[in-house]
Write a new protein. Structure first.
Length: 202
């Protein structure tokens, strides 16, 4: 894998999103993809000791949300299909394709990461859990879901589901994320608790 393929992947995804994503995409936007890439680069720059292929990781990150532009409910399979065809068109080997597909799949699975590359993909796929704009992003994601699904939870149920996810199910794996994101994630948990408590009193 080389940097030229990574640069082509960036161009491919930006064009895909410009062509396919419309006003209904309030969360999975070009801005969100760019921020996700920026987060992955920060982890990579701070983690020179990790055993990773940088370009495979970056290509995986570029395609991690690509499937939403094609089939919202089947986004993971579409991301896999898109990245597989893209890499095949760029003469990548079957082993390279399989490795990147596994990285993308790992980001959406609840099991423990099997290697350093999967740790990075898992962390960057949930970077917004540690965003100072977490509440706003959570609202945007819920509004986006309203545009694509017939029924979604009410706001308090939505917040409660994320409170449980952040407290009980999610964790960061890379040292960078633990050192730089965990504290803000914990503040976001407290903020969710506060909002739910206020809702109970009204």
């Amino acid at each position: 894998m080389n940097k030229s393929i990574t640069a082509k992947a960036e161009k491919y995804i930006k064009n895909l999103m410009a062509d396919q994503m419309n006003k209904n995409f309030l969360f999975h936007s070009q801005s969100f993809s760019n921020k996700t890439i920026d987060k992955s680069k920060k982890i990579l720059e701070a983690s020179s000791n990790l055993d990773v292929d940088v370009d495979k990781v970056l290509i995986g990150v570029w395609f991690i949300h690509a499937g939403f532009a094609v089939d919202y409910d089947n986004h993971l399979n579409e991301s896999v299909r898109l990245v597989s065809q893209f890499l095949k068109d760029n003469s990548c080997s079957s082993n390279e394709i399989e490795a990147i597909v596994e990285l993308i799949k790992s980001a959406w699975q609840n099991d423990e990461p099997k290697n350093d590359s999967e740790k990075i993909l898992k962390d960057v796929s949930t970077w917004f859990y540690a965003s100072k704009d977490f509440e706003e992003m959570l609202q945007l994601l819920r509004m986006e879901l309203e545009n694509f699904k017939a029924s979604i939870p009410d706001l308090d149920t939505w917040r409660l589901s994320y409170l449980e996810k952040l407290r009980l199910q999610h964790k960061y794996y890379t040292d960078f994320a633990k050192e730089n994101w965990q504290e803000q994630k914990e503040e976001n948990i407290l903020d969710l608790i506060s909002k739910l408590q206020k809702a109970e009193k009204t």
